[in-house]
Design a binder for this molecule. Sequence first.
Ligand code: PLP
Length: 348
Amino acid sequence: MELTKTFSDMPRSIVDLRSDTVTRPTPKMRAAMASAQVGDDRYGEDPTVRELEEEYASIVGKEAALFVPSGTMANQVALRTWTTPGDVVLAGERQHVLQYERMGGAINSSVQIMPVSDVGGQLDVVELAKQQEMFNFLGSSVKMVCVENTHMPAGGVPADLEVLKRIRTTFPGAKIHMDGARLFNAAVSTSVDPITYASYADSVMSCVSKGLGAPVGSLLAGTRDFIEQAWVQRAILGGQMRQGGVLAAAGLVALREMRERLSEDHERARRVAIAVAERFGAGCLDPESVRTNIIIFPHAQVDKFLDFLRERGVLGGSVAPGYVRLVTHFDVDDQQLDVALKAIAEAP
Ligand SMILES: Cc1ncc(COP(=O)(O)O)c(C=O)c1O
């Protein structure tokens, strides 16, 4: 499909399965960037940024949205907007906001993010309720709960709607933030509308820079009042952009044209999972558990495995000690995938 091809003058000689963040903007994105209408977004004068924000807000069924440079900043802005120093926040123990943002919650918002078990990618609702009870007993309360959809370290698992409902009812007074860096992978995999997922959260963020292929950017959405406050917090964190429309133009192409095709990445991820299970046994990885574009499995010698792949022109990564991570995306086509499948079949 022409749409998903990268520039022909930049062939990928390697099969890069390290992350979906390695995707490069499509020719259509580059053309849109070159001709984008821009203005100074500090003064609310960038029409392309406005258009992107309005489009994302309507896709997730919220009143307003804010364009920020990264998914990390979207999470950090949400924390700063919903909390005050000393507040308690609950999040899955392997979630990005807790583990991969270099203690940003403590540094930027002075909050205590308490880890909750997230086996299988879903927050443990019994444990959540216990935490709630404990903090009430201690005379404080849980101010915010963060969920991740899809849950990356669990292997790109979409959020379970029943669990989201339980979280909502357990914490009627808390703000729920959905880290939907890969919300559209979840929506495509489950056929659950992004509006339905987002309806269980007070704020939701998604990245256009991952599987959707835009070069830079994420969006944070919520009520108009929340976004007005988030606008200030983005400025404090240094995320205010000027002629951001150059980037937003690619984001619009990403939202409009790259969401549905994520199913192709999911299909390829399933083929990778089957190759892994054939090579290392179904006990290592159940291919049925791979529902989106992320494959994670244990390996006794991760470095040896990744070195072997690299020697065959395939890049992979690791997400935790003893675990390999491979991620499919539109910059890996079937021909490249075959190279990866062959390497996995022969790997130590
Ligand atoms: C689930 C999740 N949330 C947030 C982020 C942060 O996004 P960014 O790299 O744009 O800061 C990532 C990045 O990989 C992620 O996987």
